[in-house]
Design a binder for this molecule. Structure first.
Ligand code: P6P
Length: 284
């Protein structure tokens, strides 16, 4: 596992340099999710693949930017799913973006997730790691080209931030009422459209709620289970919070398609209980 974490750190340093120096233009390609790929999407994916390919304990890789699974070592123990540059369309307006990694064993269900890592490329480059085997969520910062440990992250039981994603005109009536009630309760709107910085902010500011629900236009939501939702669910649970699909625990969800999506809520316990109560009451 340590070899994988070192490869992720090398990738992050290279991606940071690419973001700062390379072309932010679009390619002519569309990825699995229907997003037009930025040259930086492709380059970040290549960097990660190159670095992870050096690690003999990895059995296979699957990228949000590629349809197929890439087999590496038959005797490898780990399966790595990753989103190389999440929110990349924000780069050309100079907002923060991130890379997300889920390190799985035996399969890609929520219960198979062993370690989560994300990197946020902002004014500073920071990396957060959570493991199924530990209750600590470690935050590291890139200083003099090395990731140095800064602190362990803990969520408060109740927070102050509200990050409501997806198309508001397609929300259910009860979801809209729930979000509005949080704002009436004094929560602050914090939403950039970048999952990694938005979730990083809630973690570091003590808590709140990030939501990307199922909607009329996208009943299964938009965020990808293997590359985005499961990794952040482990991090939020280990930081003392929770993650559900509205009713059920995200990490109890199974994966039928590697690029599958699911509605998701991440937050402090108070807010997640509030979501669960609202959705349970309104379940059909
Ligand atoms: P919306 C970025 O494209 C992304 O995949 C996540 O990083 C982000 O949370 C979400 O989409 C934003 O989606 O529909 O709120 O603009």
């Amino acid at each position: 596992m340590e070899e994988i974490l070192q490869a992720i750190k090398r990738s992050a340093i290279r991606i940071k340099q690419a973001i700062q120096n390379e072309d932010t233009g679009y390619t002519d390609n569309v990825n699995q999710t229907g997003d037009i790929q930025l040259k930086l999407d492709v380059q970040s994916d290549l960097i990660i693949e190159e670095e992870l390919t050096k690690v003999s304990s990895i059995k296979e890789l699957v990228s949000e930017e590629k349809e197929e699974i890439k087999k590496l070592n038959n005797n490898g123990k780990y399966l790595v799913g990753y989103d190389p540059l999440d929110g990349s369309s924000l780069i050309d307006v100079n907002l923060s973006v991130g890379s997300i990694f889920g390190i799985y064993e035996n399969g890609y269900n929520g219960s198979d997730l062993s370690v989560s890592v994300y990197v946020v490329y902002g004014p500073r480059v920071e990396l957060v790691i959570a493991s199924k085997a530990s209750d600590e969520v470690g935050m590291y910062r890139l200083l003099n080209n090395e990731f140095e440990f800064i602190k362990n992250i803990r969520l408060n039981e109740k927070g102050k931030l509200n990050a409501p994603g997806s198309t508001q005109s397609c929300w259910s009536t009860y979801h809209k009422q729930m979000i509005d009630e949080l704002f009436q309760d004094g929560y602050r709107l914090r939403y950039s459209g970048g999952m990694v910085p938005d979730l990083h902010q809630i973690l570091l500011k003590g808590g709140g709620l990030f939501s990307y629900p199922g909607t009329i236009d996208r009943p299964e939501g938009k965020l990808r289970k293997v590359f985005e939702v499961f990794p952040f669910a482990l991090i939020y649970e280990k930081a003392g919070g929770a993650s559900i699909d509205g009713i059920n625990r995200v990490l109890d969800s199974t994966t039928t398609h590697i690029h599958g999506t699911m509605p998701c809520f991440f937050g402090s316990n108070y807010e997640i209980e509030y979501v669960k109560k609202t959705y349970t009451k309104n379940a059909k």
